[in-house]
Design a protein around this ligand. Structure first.
Ligand code: DQA
Length: 144
């Protein structure tokens, strides 16, 4: 079974409690369960991973760079700062889609810069939880 890796960056473990007016009330567990079900409908195995640590995210990408058919990543605050996560994603020989729950371009100027956007197949920003599903459907189509 082809595998899609879904990575959630720092503070996303607090979804549901964290600024619900910005990020919604759905918990990370609920998001991951729904994505796993949808992936399985597409015939894809889904691995989900969340970390508050940049190095742990990099090591996860390194361990999977040649094992996955796609990566969906919400690097959260690391989006705006991490050359190292960008460099790790450049190793991945499969489509990478960047997802943000909020529309980062409607927010503070420091969120307008993404270190990942220009190396990803696409960026989805502002669709809430739906953005992850759109990304997964797109990857499913690409790997068919
Ligand atoms: C986020 C946007 C980032 O700017 C922020 O640091 C996050 C979440 C989003 O999903 O909207 O933690 O990636």
């Amino acid at each position: 079974m082809k595998k899609v890796l879904i990575i959630h960056g720092p503070n996303l473990n607090m979804l549901g409690k964290r600024e619900p007016e910005v990020y919604g009330k759905t918990t990370l567990g609920e998001i991951n369960d729904a994505l796993t079900a949808r992936g399985n409908e597409h015939g894809l195995a889904i691995e989900t991973f969340q970390s508050n640590h940049e190095g742990a995210i990099i090591e996860k990408i390194q361990a999977n760079f040649d094992k996955v058919s796609g990566v969906i990543i919400n690097p959260a605050a690391f989006t705006h700062t991490s050359v190292a996560i960008r460099d790790a994603l450049l190793m991945v020989d499969a489509p990478v889609i960047e997802v943000h729950l909020s529309n980062i371009y409607k927010r503070e100027p420091f969120r307008h810069k993404s270190m990942v956007a220009d190396i990803a197949v696409a960026q989805i920003s502002g669709l809430g939880v739906q953005g992850y599903h759109a990304a997964l459907d797109a990857i499913a189509n690409m790997v068919k």
